[in-house]
Design a protein around this ligand. Sequence first.
Ligand SMILES: Cc1cc2nc3c(=O)[nH]c(=O)nc-3n(C[C@H](O)[C@H](O)[C@H](O)COP(=O)(O)O)c2cc1C
Length: 161
Amino acid sequence: MACTTPGHPLRTPTLATVDGTTPSLRMVVLRAVQPEAYALVFHTDTRSAKWTQLDENPAASVLTWDPEQQIQMRFSGQITRHAPGSELANSAWDQLPPHTKETYAGAAPGGALEATSGTGKNAFGVLIFTAQTLDWLRLSRDGNTRALVDLATARMDWVAP
Ligand SMILES: Cc1cc2nc3c(=O)[nH]c(=O)nc-3n(C[C@H](O)[C@H](O)[C@H](O)COP(=O)(O)O)c2cc1C
């Protein structure tokens, strides 16, 4: 599984949110997959820009590249935020190793280096990305192939790459 295998290329996808009218991208660690819901689970600091952006607009996109399989996947969907103190954030926090907990105890991401407020668990949030569409592309010397999938209706169309 990508989310439990360090170094797996699908373990660090790119997550895009919307900052006003501007796309905002960053890499995140894939923490879990909920295949039946087409959902991906991420952890983040609730003082980060993405948390605020998602409050204003839950639209998101996730991009992966598997160099072995030569497959790009681009998902689009929506994110549900689970704030500090929520059941999901609490249970995820309890399973984090100490060194990961440490990363939430410092200054706010993007804030002044000296500004610390002893946050830790109070700044830990869980993001659940639920995909609605998948744009799947495989590169091959025999010919590239691309499919567009509507996950809600399970409709798939082969299209020109
Ligand atoms: C390989 C890698 C993995 C990362 N994993 C996460 C993550 O799981 N969660 C997270 O919030 N930021 C993660 N980051 C940091 C983000 O890419 C980003 O710099 C940070 O979250 C601030 O983003 P924002 O200001 O757009 O919210 C990771 C960065 C790298 C390079």
